[in-house]
Design a binder for this molecule. Structure first.
Ligand code: AMP
Length: 197
């Protein structure tokens, strides 16, 4: 059985600008499952001016988290779409303990479980420098630091949660994109030829 025949359900965890979005996209091609970025979904909603977009715009600009209730709706709806029935990679969800419980519930309802949680981390100075280099509108150093603070306060404890569950792979995100991808493939046991090879 090739890696693309398995139903992979993976979460990417890590601070802003750790490179997890890039890596989620690489792994998505490798495993032939969709990469679902809640940040991208919300940015698209803001750009399109939908009612969701109007609700979340201010919170996002401040670098804060959208409410767990709203995110539960967004993720529930997205994971109900046909393309994620055979697996998915979540990038940017869950971000709080409550969101992790919501995800557990969604999976349990279908008799599924997470196959892995990929935790990509890098030193704080590198995260800030990458964020500034990225040059996204509104991402001042102050906002980047606020996003890191929110990550530390709300999200970082999920690392312990998933480590305890035995599904965590910790990856050094300070390496080159290709090195990080290789480390992730090794951690998940998918270094052989994949769907995108
Ligand atoms: P990201 O691109 O993942 O850094 O997400 C950009 C922004 O979208 C975050 O700073 C939050 O304001 C919002 N966001 C994305 N995912 C979530 C989530 N799981 N929970 C709450 N807010 C989120």
């Amino acid at each position: 059985m090739g890696v693309a025949d398995k139903e992979w359900r993976i979460v990417f965890l890590g601070p802003p600008n750790s490179g997890k979005g890039t890596q989620a996209a690489v792994l998505s091609r490798r495993l032939a499952v969709p990469a679902i970025s809640t940040g991208e979904m919300l940015r698209a909603a803001v750009a399109a001016g939908t009612s969701l977009g109007q609700k979340v715009e201010g919170v996002m600009r401040a670098g804060h988290l959208v409410s767990d209730e709203l995110m539960a709706e967004v993720v529930r709806e997205r994971l109900a779409q046909a393309d994620s029935a055979g697996g998915f990679i979540l990038d940017g969800y869950p971000r709080t303990a409550s969101q992790a419980e919501t995800l557990d519930g969604i999976l349990a309802d279908r008799g599924h479980r997470l196959d892995g949680v990929v935790f990509v981390d890098a030193p704080e100075a590198m995260l800030i420098a990458r964020g500034l280099a990225r040059g996204r509108k509104d991402d001042t150093e102050e906002i980047l630091r606020e996003r890191l603070r929110v990550y530390r306060d709300e999200t970082s404890s999920l690392v312990d949660r998933y480590a305890t569950l035995g599904v965590l792979s910790s990856i050094d995100g300070s390496q080159s994109i290709d090195q990080v991808s290789a480390a992730i493939f090794t951690a998940l046991g998918v270094d052989g030829p994949g769907a995108g090879a």
